[in-house]
Structure formats: structure tokens, C-alpha cells
Design a protein around this ligand. Sequence first.
Ligand code: HEM
Length: 250
Amino acid sequence: MSALGRLLTGNRVWRSIVRHGFPDSNRNRALAVFSNLFLHVHPVKVRLRAIAFSRTFFLGGLAAACFLILTITGVLLMLYYRPSVPEAYDDMKDLEFVVSSGVFLRNLHRWSAHAMVAIVFLHMVRVFFAGAYRPPREFNWVIGVVLFVTTILLSYTGYLLPWDQLAYWGVTVGANMAGATPWIGEDTRFLLLGGTEIGEPALLRFYVLHCVILPAVLVVLVAIHIWRVRKDGGIYLPPLDLSRDGGGKR
Ligand code: HEM
């Protein structure tokens, strides 16, 4: 190790944070994974077949990446947006014409949202065709279904926020569809809109759902989801076909 390296890592502050030695041995490499909050999502050893692109198309990770982009851009958009009827639409126009890079910020948020819905759906299809919903992973499939519904609800609640004609009538249709549910429809519609028609209370409810409640639900469920993948022994791998090419990559 260089003198600078020794200076940086050979002191008490560094050792109080990084508990393992330089990862140049199997033991230290394993400790580096165990003792790091982010890395410990992975097992210390993985099979080559499990990390091949064609196994998962990285769709789960890409869905998580979209959510990260949405959170960062969403928080930045919150600096410019006020969820009230007289201001919401004007704030969107300000983002378009006044705020520097406002259009870029808004479009990054919008396109990541579209991408997340598509990617989560494709991830679900991938998991289905791999048969990875079967025991012991059935609980994770159920969490996945809730994640899918939460993703759709995030998209839907964000739709009202620009407070333009598209938003207003789009949400009118959605709320009326909810209202058509047998027995609980009218109450659900009332609860969602905070009244009988779309106005200030509906905008505030959609804002709180979109910016606080649904993202919080998603964060907790994604944490359980990824932890569960780890506890179920990593992603599902079909048994090796040893008759072909010596079994190929293990
Ligand atoms: C916010 C949405 C979601 C995120 C961030 C997410 C994330 C992930 C990640 C990172 C993995 C491991 C790697 C991979 O398979 O790509 C995974 C696996 C899995 N996901 Fe998701 N997921 C989401 C939604 C869903 C949905 C909608 C379903 C199904 C209804 C689902 C069911 C599963 C199952 C069963 C596995 C284990 C797959 C296996 O063992 O091969 N997930 N997810």
C-alpha cells in the first residue's frame, strides 16, 4: 500500500468506520461485504449463472434505480410546487418557463415514472416465466404484487398534481371508476377526494399520498422484498442440465 494509503487507512477514525482490513484476502473480502450496509444485500458468494444479464435482465435493480431517481427529482420538485388550487398550475408553468432546468427536472421525473411502471411490469413477467413465484418465494411474490399496485397508485396520484385539464379529467375518470366498486365504492371515492368532487381537499390528499404515504410504503416493502430475496438463497436458479456442455456456467 502506498504511503498516502497508509496515512488514510492507518488511523483510529478510519478503523472506527471500516472494520475490515484491505480486501486482498478471501476473509477480508467477505468481511467487507458483511460489514457494509449496502453491500450486505448481496451474499458473500454468488453463482455465475445468478449474475448473468440474461437471468434477470437486471429488472429488479433497474426498478429500484428508477425509484431512486424519482425520489431525488421529486424532492427537488417539492421545492417549487405548492399543493393548492390557486398556485399549483402556476408553479408548473414557472417550472417550465422560469426555473432554470425546470423542464429537464420535470421530464426526468415524468419519464422515470413511466419507465418504472414498465420495468416493474416486465420484472413481474420475468419472475413469472422463471417460475420464481413458487415456494419458498411465494411470500415475496405477494409483496411484489403490493409493490406493483403501489407503483401504479404513485403514478395515479402524481397525475393530479399539475392541476391542468388532463389531470382534472383523468382523475375524475379514475375516481368515478373507484366509485363504481360494489358496496364500498361511494365511500372510497369520498375518502380519496375528501368530498364529492375534485377540489382543494382532493389536491392536498393526492399530494400527501404521492409525496409521503405511498413512497414510505414502497421503501419499507422494497427493503423487505430485497431482504427476502437474500433469505431465500438469492434469485431462483433452475437445476443445471449436466448433459449439455458439462453443465455450462455454474
Ligand atoms: C418497486 C418494485 C420492485 C422492486 C424495486 C423489485 C426489486 C427486486 C430485486 C432487486 C430483485 C432481485 C433481482 C431480480 O430478480 O431482478 C427482485 C426479485 C424478485 N421480485 Fe421484485 N421488485 C419489485 C416488484 C416486484 C413485483 C411487482 C413482483 C411480482 C409480483 C416481484 C417479485 C419478485 C420475486 C418473486 C423475486 C425473486 C426472483 C427470483 O428468485 O428469481 N417484484 N425484485
